[in-house]
Design a protein around this ligand. Structure first.
Ligand code: K2U
Ligand code: ZN
Length: 171
């Protein structure tokens, strides 16, 4: 089912998430709901804390054309990052309609466990690299606005507080 996406500022988006100890049917259901929620947004990635579950689980599908290529990463960790950096104008489903340039390693090697409990390892580049780093940041309570200067971050936070007040009023 589609789950509501938390909007910044929210303490659950700042928490360091707990590792997934065991791949239960509940975890599999959460991954399924996160993919459905991501496609509905639409987005190309989503982290569990964004739907209020502070566990180390992310989903991604950065394919623009062609058949969808959903990927579920349990307890993902970046084990290598390139010296070379790339800049991408990032957005976030928890910070709607705000975009800013963020520099990150252009390529990363990531290790994770898949839903079958098998260890996986893959090198990501391009938009996939940006997305997987953006999602793993979410698991450590870090948002893309944390890479911006304090004034720009504060301006965006104020806009989100206003948006939440309006949403609370209009329901
Ligand atoms: O974590 C999220 O909020 C999902 C983001 C992931 C993302 C942000 C920046 C750059 C790459 C991935 C959403 O997908 S934001 C929507 C979006 C869609 C296409 C390209 C970039 C951002
Ligand atoms: Zn995000």
């Amino acid at each position: 089912m589609i789950r509501p996406i938390l909007i910044h500022p929210d303490p659950r988006l700042k928490k360091v998430c707990d590792p997934v100890a065991e791949i239960t049917s509940e975890i599999r259901r959460l991954a399924e709901d996160m993919l459905e929620t991501m496609y509905d947004a639409p987005g190309i990635g989503l982290a569990a804390p964004q739907v209020g579950v502070t566990k180390r689980l992310i989903v991604m599908d950065c394919i623009k054309e062609g058949p969808p290529e959903p990927i579920v990463l349990v307890n993902p960790q970046v084990i290598w990052g390139s010296e070379e950096l790339s800049t991408y104008e990032e957005g976030c489903l928890s910070i709607p309609d705000q975009y800013a340039d963020v520099k990150r390693p252009a390529e990363v090697q990531v290790r994770w466990t898949d839903l079958e409990g098998q260890p996986q390892e893959r090198q990501f580049a391009g938009l996939w690299a940006t997305c997987v780093q953006h999602e793993i940041d979410h698991l450590d309570g870090k948002l893309f606005i944390d890479y911006l200067g304090p004034l720009k971050r504060q301006m965006i936070t104020r806009k989100m507080e206003k948006l939440k007040r309006e949403r609370a009023r209009t329901g």
